[in-house]
Design a binder for this molecule. Structure first.
Ligand SMILES: *[C@@H]1O[C@H](CO)[C@@H](O)[C@H](O)[C@H]1NC(C)=O
Ligand SMILES: *[C@@H]1O[C@H](CO)[C@@H](O)[C@H](O)[C@H]1NC(C)=O
Ligand SMILES: *[C@@H]1O[C@H](CO)[C@@H](O)[C@H](O)[C@H]1NC(C)=O
Ligand SMILES: *[C@@H]1O[C@H](CO)[C@@H](O)[C@H](O)[C@H]1NC(C)=O
Ligand SMILES: *[C@@H]1O[C@H](CO)[C@@H](O)[C@H](O)[C@H]1NC(C)=O
Length: 359
């Protein structure tokens, strides 16, 4: 979206309203009472009328308002240049694969309306606007987030913390959200699989699922989670972000993990659910059931090229599955279908060679 245009548009509408109110104030008396054309307009026009006009507070609020569902729920993904720009040899980008999954997935297309892309550099922002998505430009002093950050480099960590701070801001504004990395493919509508009970504060994906949705021994992955906005979750994110300068060399995910190990969820009285990899799957632990898989994350993978390469296979696997389903409509959910995901070879190999990129 072009926010300058929208702001101007809003200004225009507000001006019109204002003009309309003035018109009514000034002219109504003369119409209703032609003998008193110069009656004081202020007294006839109640002051409260003007107060009800709500101006957008800032660009983030505007972006959230545009993207959110009526129940103030939004989907947030953060991108930088490395996720939107093709290298010379590549034929796609991470963002394109991510968007493609919304097209291919079951019931995921309408969710694009609720996706807010947070761009940390100008290229990512331009690309987002070009794709006609909901875009928000996150500015940070003194850091150029344009290149793919070396995993655990100073800038990488700085970017992570800036992101956490933004998400805290979103919670404070009363928006609940799904945070998703763009290397998560959305094969089905996750809202269908998430717990709708409002007492669930946080539902977070894991690298490996130990079978117990309440066990804090699960290894969390902050690449996909659903969090509700309330005092407890705001507290959590404040505490988390508060560790920024006290966690040298640690990734924010590891900081959250440590907070969890120290019992922060209990301390804040939070209800947290760990998501089963059967539904919220990833390369660390593939879902064994393509009938129920909801998201596929290219976790346990080191480089963006490897992720892109292996995620292309995921989408191909999915297309093959849906084609099969279309061809054999009676093919039952309970038939043990010999359906295997393609191996994630590029990701497996990504740990071997040295390469100047991120996780
Ligand atoms: C918000 O509304 C959407 C669409 O009706 C629904 O799928 C989702 O579960 C709701 N979110 C919350 C947090 O209730
Ligand atoms: C939500 O969870 C709470 C706590 O487990 C439970 O008491 C309540 O009945 C649940 N509500 C619904 C609608 O399932
Ligand atoms: C959060 O706390 C404030 C003050 O303690 C309270 O007024 C408000 O209702 C609480 N909000 C929620 C969502 O619990
Ligand atoms: C910061 O780290 C030190 C040393 O690990 C610890 O003693 C202190 O409690 C930490 N501060 C906070 C706010 O967690
Ligand atoms: C599973 O398949 C068997 C045989 O194909 C059928 O009799 C049974 O009703 C199916 N069960 C379910 C839950 O669909």
């Amino acid at each position: 979206m072009d926010y300058s245009k929208i702001s101007l548009g809003n200004l225009f509408i507000v001006s019109l309203l204002f003009a309309g109110v003035l018109y009514i104030c000034i002219w109504s008396p003369s119409r209703s009472n032609p003998l008193l054309p110069y009656q004081k307009p202020q007294r006839i026009c109640p002051h409260t009328r003007l107060k009800t006009i709500k101006l957008p507070i800032d660009e983030l609020e505007l972006a959230l308002e545009e993207a959110a569902m009526p129940n103030k729920t939004v989907i947030i993904a953060v991108v930088n240049r490395a996720y939107v720009e093709q290298s010379i040899k590549a034929d796609t980008t991470m963002l394109d694969l991510f968007l493609e999954s919304f097209w291919l997935g079951e019931g995921t297309r309408p969710l694009l309306d609720n996706l807010l892309i947070v761009a940390v550099d100008q290229t990512a922002y331009d690309r987002c606007l070009f794709k006609r998505l909901h875009c928000y430009r996150l500015l940070t002093d003194g850091v150029d987030f344009a290149t793919e950050k070396v995993y655990m480099s100073q800038d990488f960590i700085k970017m992570m913390w800036r992101r956490t701070n933004l998400l805290l801001d979103v919670l404070k504004r009363g928006y609940s959200f799904i945070f998703t990395d763009t290397d998560v493919m959305w094969m089905r509508n996750p809202f269908m699989m998430l717990d709708k009970n409002e007492t669930e504060d946080l539902q977070i994906s894991v690298d490996e699922y130990n079978g117990d949705p309440r066990s804090q021994k699960n290894l969390i992955n902050t690449g996909f989670y659903f969090i509700r906005s309330n005092n407890r979750t705001i507290d959590l994110f404040s505490k988390w972000y508060g560790m920024k300068d006290n966690s040298t060399g640690m990734k924010e995910q590891d900081v959250l993990l440590e907070l969890m190990r120290k019992g922060i969820f209990k301390q804040l009285g939070m209800r947290v659910k760990f998501l089963d990899t059967q539904y919220f799957s990833g390369f660390c632990q593939d879902s064994k059931n393509i009938w129920s898989v909801t998201t596929v994350h290219s976790n346990c993978c080191r480089h963006i090229d490897a992720k892109v390469s292996d995620l292309k296979f995921v989408l191909r696997d999915w297309k093959r599955f849906t084609a099969l389903k279309a061809k054999y409509p009676t093919m039952g959910r309970n038939k043990t279908m010999t359906y295997r995901w393609s191996p994630h070879n590029a990701c497996k190999n990504s740990w071997k060679q040295e390469h100047n990129t991120s996780n």
